[in-house]
Design a protein around this ligand. Structure first.
Ligand code: GDP
Ligand code: MG
Ligand code: K
Length: 292
């Protein structure tokens, strides 16, 4: 049998159950690679493999109005996830309200097959489920509709089967059985960036990029060095904090995450570097991987 591979975009409102579904889909039978990041600028959230399939799941970053190059690039990821996806899983909480909006319009226009997943049916009656199925049928006329409970793992296997049936015949896009050094650098930079998003406010997270400059696996420890890149000296001072207190926090939390992720000891060194106006410079965006 031929190998199948493709990109599956999981979209939906916050709290619809996208992450819970992702976990349920992955189950235990397949291997998964995930950055576990909540502030994904890049699209990939997980790659699921078995012998004959590779499913690349992606999530969409928060929708914000583009007003400089980085955000434009982020919006391209969102648009891209609706346009390039081999399959779109549109997750909706059975009780949430959907007014006419941009996302529904895009879902109607996309050429990718759309599966509507009405989630949290454990909290509703059969009549409600029937009514919602009719509602979405009329509203979107999707490729298919599933009524599921991601949390109770109800009907999730059917969704997985649908994905496998629909995936195009294609060779694997990514390494199938290991975390490569390249993917580890990406995940580590995402884990560090996530801490920056959590620990600083205002424009700091959006002015920041993280680059892993060195990744060395030794017998008992993995040594990692990373640069936190900001646009101005004043931002560098904020990142570092009084007597280095803030950057120490970033380092400690990031190291704990990385250690859990790779299941081993980590020595993490962080450096802060100023590159004036990097967000508006195409060559830097390209280097940081935003050029799709
Ligand atoms: P996301 O923001 O779309 O990724 O949503 P999450 O996966 O984080 O889920 C949001 C909340 O909904 C969490 O409290 C989940 O436990 C809950 N949830 C997700 N799926 C279900 C479900 O099938 N039934 C119920 N009752 N709760 C669910
Ligand atoms: Mg989530
Ligand atoms: K990065």
């Amino acid at each position: 049998m031929s190998h199948k591979a493709g990109f599956v975009s999981i979209i939906g409102k916050p709290n619809a159950g996208k992450s819970t579904l992702m976990n349920a889909l992955v189950g235990e039978k397949m291997s998964i690679i995930t950055p576990k990041a909540q502030t994904t600028r890049h699209r990939i959230i997980g790659i699921v493999n078995d012998e004959d399939h590779q499913i690349v799941f992606s999530d969409t970053p928060g929708v914000i109005k583009p007003n400089y190059s980085l955000q434009e690039s982020m919006m391209n990821f969102v648009q891209g996830s609706l346009i390039d996806a081999d399959i779109i899983l549109f997750v909706t909480d059975i009780h949430e309200k959907y007014d006419e909006n941009d996302v529904l319009e895009k879902l109607r226009k996309t050429n990718s097959p759309v599966a509507v997943l009405i989630n949290k049916i454990d909290k509703s009656s059969e009549e409600e489920v029937k009514a919602k199925i009719e509602f979405w049928q009329e509203k979107l006329n999707p490729d298919t509709i599933f009524a599921i409970s991601a949390k109770l793992d109800h009907n999730v296997a059917a969704v997985m089967q649908y994905i496998k049936d629909k995936l195009p015949i294609h060779e694997a896009y990514y390494e199938k059985d290991e975390l490569t050094d390249k993917s580890m650098r990406f995940f580590v930079s995402e884990m560090i960036r996530e801490k920056v998003f959590k620990l600083y406010d205002k424009e700091i997270p959006y002015s920041t990029e993280v680059i892993v400059t060195s990744y060395k696996e030794e017998a008992n420890i993995t040594r990692i060095a990373a640069e936190i890149i900001v646009e101005r000296d004043s931002q560098k001072n904020i990142i570092i904090g009084k007597a280095g207190a803030m950057i120490k926090k970033v380092g400690t939390y990031a190291r704990q995450d990385i250690e859990e992720f790779i299941d081993g000891k980590v020595f993490l060194e962080l450096f802060v570097k100023v590159i004036p106006d990097w967000r508006s410079k195409k060559n830097y965006l390209k280097r940081f991987g935003y050029d799709d």
